[in-house]
Design a protein around this ligand. Sequence first.
Ligand code: ADP
Length: 624
Amino acid sequence: MSYILALISMAGFIIAGVCAVFVLTRNPKERLSRIFFVFSSAVAFYCLSDFLLKITAFVLMARVYSAFALFFWPLILGSLLHFTLVLGKNKKILGRWLGYALIYFPVPLIFYLHAVQGVFFAGFEMSPPANIEILGKYYWVLLVYSNMFFIATLLFAWRAWRRAQEKKEKSQNALVLTGFVLAYAIVTFFEQLLPAFHGHPIIIVPFALLVIVLFFAYAVVRYEMLVVSPATVAQDILRTMPELLIVVDTKRRVILVNQIAMDVFGYSHEEFISLSCHDLYVNKGECEKIHKETTKKGYIKNCQTTILDKNRRPVPVNANISIVKDRFGGEIGRILVFRDISGEQKTIAELEKTRKRMLSILEDTTEARDMAKEGKVEIEKLYEDLKVVDQMKTEFLSMVSHELRTPLTPIKGYSAMLLAGGLGKLSSRQEQVIGVIEREGDHLLELINSILDISRITRGRTLDLIKEPISVKALFEDLVLVMRPQTEEKNINIEIDLPKDIPTIVGDLYKIRRVLTNLLGNAIKFTPEGGSIKLSGEIEGKQIRMCVKDNGIGVDKDKTEKIFDKFYQVDSSYTRKVGGLGLGLAIAQDIVEAHGGKIWVESEGVGRGARFCFTLPVAEEKKA
Ligand code: ADP
């Protein structure tokens, strides 16, 4: 038996050696041939070491040969794994390098055990049951380690086979996979299953390796697996070129198309093949024109046209078309090469727009400068004109608001009547819907009133104040109660902070309430859910300062004055979402100033909350 095994090892050395040289000389530049060369050479030397080990009669020599065999073992596993990864076009290089590091890690370990402990000599000279006894856990380390890499190689070979797209590639990878499966099955059977029944394993690794080498060599010869043929090069060019390539026959039917063309057009390969060349252009007439010109000249270069994708979307392209002729000069088809220029066109259009804008700004400023130089513009007159226009706009606003208020009165009245059950009992759904009408009616009325107020302010009419003593504490408490539905909806907490001896103030209760409702309403509006608001009052000499502080979206430092302007809203997605007219603060400012006070905002910046404060005079204490 050992005689036959020695012969197998010798045959392994010769066959693997021949295969290594044969494959490398066929195509030395190809990556796979080089990896195969390393693999096949390692197998050859492994077989040679094994052969010598089996026939030697000297213990010392046996040790040297077994050391050699062990040296080649990780090389065999590593090159096999590398081979399958390259075969499957695996791109994850990092994983691959980690794999190699793992494969070669046991090499120093094995040499260490060899040199210092001598355990592995013994192991190779004995049969596996004795190995297990002498080597203990080291035997299992070697077994698990080798199995692990064989399984990984098998999996990668299987994946390469599954991923192969062309028929030829599939057959090649199938052959390699079969070689691996057979080899693995042989080793598992003879070395791992057989001892379970008879207790005598047959060490057949050289034979299994030879099977792999032979299958692989057959794949090379049969399918020219590692030879870069003109056909495979052409296919690689087709696949990787950045342009869209379509070949049509003399009847203008598509007969060949590359991947990028399928991606841009959105057709599958089958759909493409049945298409006529006309279907690819937006304008059939233009297609005919281009092809007529191609017939005349034999080619057409850098022609800008528009193609139509599967979803009927136009794509601007740069087209190059040439006629394909056979050896006798007859036309057999046409090659259409398109370059997608939509990106370039967009950039050009944007540049053109910017250029035009710059030109017009330049013209405006030059004109204005020239006019100013010539004294054609009278600033005073311009100002007067603008004032008239502004006045007209204010009148218009006031008129429109009045008109809008008129139809709102019956809407609000009737909805209130319906809700009160004036026209019969309502179902809960009806009640809910009419409730919405009434609430939105109130909101609309509020907006209209704000516009009316503002147009009155702009017309220079002073506010009529009906002054009375006001208790700040009662006012604050009442406001918190009124605002409760809104604060509860957003889960916002309002805290009141007032000194005990807060004096009474003098002012128009209705209007001051309006200021505070505006400020509180904004604070709720611009504070996200779960936020907090503080309503505070402080005495400052003969004035009282009231503040509404929130921890909401805050105000940009440059905008702290602007936000009090009429119709001004900070331009942000948040403001757009919550809505509003940009009048609340302008009205509040007007009311506060009419009372002889001041209003302002303090904020650390966007996202850091805001504090709106205003001052009002304290009521003179009556002398007793
Ligand atoms: P609006 O009707 O839009 O609320 P206002 O005049 O009340 O108009 O407010 C003007 C702008 O000031 C708002 O659009 C908002 O951008 C900003 N603003 C007002 N109050 C706050 C606040 N508490 N936090 C952040 N921004 C605010």
